[in-house]
Design a protein around this ligand. Sequence first.
Ligand code: NAD
Ligand code: MG
Length: 287
Amino acid sequence: MDDDLQFPAQQQQPPGSTEAMDPVPDHGEDSYVGHDRLAGQVALVTGGDSGIGRAVAIAYAREGADVAFTYLSEEQEDADATRDLVEAAGRRALPLALDLRERATCDEAVQRTVADLGGLDVLVNNAGYQMARDDTLEDYDDERIDRTFKTNLYALLWLSRAAIPHLRKRPGCIINNSSIQAYDPSDSLLDYAATKAAINNFTVNLAGQLGPDGIRVNAVAPGPIWTPLQPATQKTEKVKHFGADTPLGRAGRPAEVAPAFVFLASPADASYVSGTVLGVTGGKPVF
Ligand code: NAD
Ligand code: MG
């Protein structure tokens, strides 16, 4: 198994921090080059402080968008770094410290984005929670079930609902962060995988509802990506070999996922793309 060693052993408490990771993830800081694909647009990215959300915030800013993003209050250091990266691209950043497990904070995230940045073109439902466990459903407590479903699913519905009237005016689009877990569920992530399968179903169904308004709805399904979520929620043994079981034989970098979010957001490139789930999995099937 040591042939498959991918990362040094490490463990964090959720939600996890970027600085504490070894190696620190690549969010495209030194590589992403924008081409005005989102010039003048406004995006709201949930969980934009770290991981895939930070890579999306950087890419969107370099493509010309102002970026509001949410984070948890424990993640202030990561949020400050994302804010600086968006501003370094010459765009406005709006960091929002909000726990999204309540309808009111989801409404607030949308309202403050529209009030401060002048509208909304792209809603990226990226925030997510998982906790890998060895036990079975009989041992899941309500707190765990609530945390997984409220973060991954309720918030996504509440945010999307609040955003629709604003998206209709542009018209804009919604991009959800799904997962390979929707197709190939791990029994240690029973509740999480179920939310991701629901997100896929919601994505195609909402695309049907909102098509007549010109609003596109899509999802990205990442495979194993090196973000704080992993050392914060997976067992050390799993972290050490994280990504080795993909056809490409390694974990992906957040910087390798962000371009999928750029493509789906781009009104020029993805004008006829709606109701689909784009896999970024290192070769694992997403059908
Ligand atoms: P991450 O830890 O960097 O990002 C997750 C973010 O979710 C956190 O930064 C946090 O701000 C936010 N969040 C968690 N609970 C929240 C709550 N109650 N209220 C508001 N925000 C909350 O990790 P990531 O891997 O970049 O995760 C982003 C998305 O990617 C998640 O939806 C995750 O399910 C999905 N995903 C990740 C992987 C992977 O291997 N890393 C694979 C497939 C899908
Ligand atoms: Mg974070």
